[in-house]
Design a protein around this ligand. Sequence first.
Ligand SMILES: *Cc1c(COP(=O)(O)O)cnc(C)c1O
Length: 436
Amino acid sequence: MVDSLHSQAFTLGRQQETPFYIFSQDRLSSALQRFRQFTSSLPFPTETYYSYKTNYLPALCDQIAEARVGSEITSPAEWAAARRRHAPDRIVVNGIGKCADGLLQSIVDEVASAPRLVNLETDTEIGIVARRDQEAQPLPIGLRVTIPSVSGELGRDPSEHWKRGVTKFGWSCDGDAILAAARTLAGNRAVRLEALHVHFGSQLVSAARYDVVLSKLCNLLRRLSSAGVTVNTLDLGGGLASGWVTKRRTGPLFDLVKVLGLPTPRSQQKAPDLVGITTVVHKHAARLSSLGVTRLIFEPGRYLAEPAMVAVAKVIAVRRDGTRRHAVVDLGTNGLHCWRSNETRPIAFDLAGKGGAEMMKLVGPLCHRSDSFGTVTTPGRLQAGDLVCFDAVGAYSLGDWVANAWPRPPVFSEDGHLLWAPPSHGLPANSPSGGR
Ligand SMILES: *Cc1c(COP(=O)(O)O)cnc(C)c1O
């Protein structure tokens, strides 16, 4: 079946210069609808905040705001973009970047209003919020928690995750440091300790993962409660797979298992088991309620944004030398920063000629081995001028937009002349650090 967005992409591709992206309102609204269906099946009232770093295309952010979904931000530029659409109480503030350019300090200094939630992850941040004016509107605070080694769903096997070590975010759920942090905040009336925050991976699909995390959080809630602290909200972060991208697991253990010819435990992952995750939350609901939890927060990024964009490129050269089959397109992997070699996305072709299907290595114009989209089977014989549509590229794409939460670095000559500066960094110039 031909996807109507692909047909539209090819119609545009014959009229416009390639490459380009298309943002689809319909794709976004159906993702929003599916997510809402999921949250409405949960046993707690649920709030949703879209993760701005995933994609802050204004049209996409506007549509999400119009769907009455709040914003989750991790940097000053994202805060500015979110503030153009929401009052502070519709924004969740997260990440290391919240300390950049004095953002956290300015939030603390604003006594008359407060974000929906500020999730802290370091003692330094606790120090900053603890100095809020005691007469200010209380600042709702969450503590970011890490759950050690519940890995296995990062597209890598656990051995690879162990190798990568501990995460740089948050307090361990098993340690005492988080109890000390909670006690410090609980005694301060300018803040209101309200939530535990976890963000435990990306492209999550399995309910088992949520089961482990909720069990660990129940234990932590019990320890907090013994220390005299209750929180009423669990912020379960983002990380859900969108269902559009197939991810192959890699890593030493998987390779070994494959070499030995043993059956691999589901080596491909794609759609999140939302029904299973709902069941898991129901399973823990009574215990969570008894520990004081009354609501949940989610911060989806990829789930909403990934299906909402496609990229269109043109084949500029085809080479068939012996067994080598290369098709060069006018879009590089640096323009589709989301592309990973262990992932497969839908790719559609608009071919002018006839002929049989063939295996082709699809590469960008840069003569570097990193600039490859992988090997694909084309529906027919490819030739220069044919169009290619790369689907599900709405999350973490558009070059280095993630890094562009801060402005791109300029380039100077040795003697300090400005050689190049970004014309714009993708956000309007009134962001705190923008407008250079
Ligand atoms: C990146 C991020 C998200 C969104 O993650 P997705 O995998 O895109 O859903 C949510 N919360 C936090 C804290 C993040 O850093």
